[in-house]
Design a protein around this ligand. Structure first.
Ligand SMILES: Nc1ncnc2c1ncn2[C@@H]1O[C@H](COP(=O)(O)OP(=O)(O)O)[C@@H](O)[C@H]1O
Ligand SMILES: [Mg+2]
Length: 226
């Protein structure tokens, strides 16, 4: 069974009074353990598709199945619960709360929907910090961090609820080569050692080299590369 299934997804937007498809009939099936990349030019619809896949945005038509469940008919509350439990979503840009410490930022998704069976979230947050070599930054604040450090915090935050799939939008944008490789090695380890399923949008050639399956988005149309 597919972990994440996009069935004929389209999303229409309007510009200058004219409708256009930002995503045009895209289908994609991701199985447990897959490592899938999507690339494509700016404006081709990658973020729109990813936001739909993560249940953040509803499609104009088509459906999303996550772990055997259709997302279409869920209430906002059900949807956010499911998202919070099963998906680690990393949106485009560096979204951290500046008035919370690094540790508090990482714990935020846990405290929003505390899962009774989960156990020691604080301990797990510290394990993640150690894993990403930023354990010294637990009590620092986001605006004291470098871009690469902040990315690692955001990845740790996406992992705190032990999601089945990580969905990341340009997680290496604006990083230097060393940090790109650093972040991608983190993703590769998550996939190979922990079996975390990955769906990553990127247009960094260096970052794409780590994936196992590559799709291209072109004017809203998604296709498998070679
Ligand atoms: N909320 C919106 N309203 C209208 N147009 C939008 C909206 N969001 C994105 N678009 C347009 O949809 C297209 C795809 O955008 P996006 O998915 O962000 O592309 P990408 O992530 O590949 O750069 C672009 O032409 C963009 O301007
Ligand atoms: Mg984008």
């Amino acid at each position: 069974m597919a972990l994440l299934k996009l069935n004929n997804i389209s999303k229409e937007y309007e510009r200058g009074g004219k409708k256009f498809p930002a995503v045009n009939n895209a289908s994609l099936e991701i199985n447990q353990g897959d490592y899938v990349n999507i690339t494509g030019r700016s404006g081709s619809g990658k973020s729109t598709l990813l936001n739909i896949a993560a249940g953040m945005l509803s499609p104009s038509s088509g459906s999303v199945e996550l772990d055997g469940e259709l997302l279409n008919f869920k209430s906002d509350k059900e949807l956010s619960l499911m998202r919070n439990n099963k998906i680690g979503f990393i949106p485009q840009g560096l979204a951290a709360l500046n008035y919370l410490s690094v540790l508090e930022n990482i714990l935020l998704p846990f405290y929003l929907y505390p899962d009774k069976n989960f156990g020691d979230a604080d301990g797990y947050a510290r394990i993640l910090l150690e894993k990403f070599n930023i354990e010294k930054l637990a009590d620092a604040y986001p605006n004291e961090l470098s871009g690469g450090e902040l990315r690692r915090v955001i990845i740790a935050r996406a992992l705190i609820n032990r999601p089945k799939i990580i969905i990341a939008d340009e997680p290496t944008a604006d990083l230097d080569l060393e940090n790109i490789n650093n972040i991608m090695q983190i993703f590769t380890k998550l996939n190979e050692q922990d079996g975390t399923t990955l769906l990553i949008v990127s247009h960094d050639q260096e970052a794409l080299a780590y994936g196992k399956k590559l799709f291209i988005m072109s004017e809203g149309v998604l296709s498998l590369k070679n």
